[in-house]
Write a protein that binds this ligand. Sequence first.
Ligand code: DGL
Length: 263
Amino acid sequence: MSDIRRPIAVIDSGLGGVSVLAYLIEQMPNEDIVYFGDTLNAPYGSKAQETVKNITLANLRMLIDKYSVKALVIACNTATGAAASACRETFTDLPIIGIEPAIKPAVLKSGKDNPNILVMATPLTLAQEKFTSLAEKYNPNSSIIALPCPGLSELIERNADDSEIRSLLGELFSSIDIMSIDSIVLGCTHYPLVADIIKEFFKDASLYDGGKGTAIQTKRRLEECGICTDFDKKGNILFLNSANDPEFENSARKYIKKIKGEK
Ligand code: DGL
């Protein structure tokens, strides 16, 4: 297969990465994509950093060996923090793009002098050096409030009822002064899949996530590397998941429609 026609790999611990995949398809409709949801090892957010790093390295090795992928998008904030550097050091020829919590746009677009920015993410994302240095960078001009959300990605992953998600969010937000929050950063790729329910709690705050920015960045990297496909047909999306769940692709496609506002 010609080099530029090889697929792009997109990985997450499960369905969350489709909130990035939806924008990748929009930005690069002709690219073939292999989407890998690591359902068997989910959730990543309650694991140790070293464990997530090793899992991610092994998954990437498999995607290179089996699918000859030409680039990797880590559509998981937790895995980006734990493994992006190690992946870049190990697979030096592969462009690797990772998502990170969208604190920068949240601060810049808030229109306030010292906005209160709530960052929702997994416990591991918020405990990692990558997040603390990002938060420190913006702290002089804003108040960054980090809110670990254990259990939330698991509910989304298993398609829990809205009422169950609402009830967990109620508990998670009980320690927060809701009225004081100006912007919310969805720092886990699962959370945009329930943005409508999160929004119910914060009538006036704006929500930010890194899905679109990561897709734009991916397109830019492929262009820089000269590896954009020359196909003019619609790209093929292959859905894989490590638990071989037969419902995975249906759930993924349903969530892509939700992200794009289609019913
Ligand atoms: N979707 C992942 C993220 O963006 C994590 C979910 C999990 O805990 O597995 O961080």
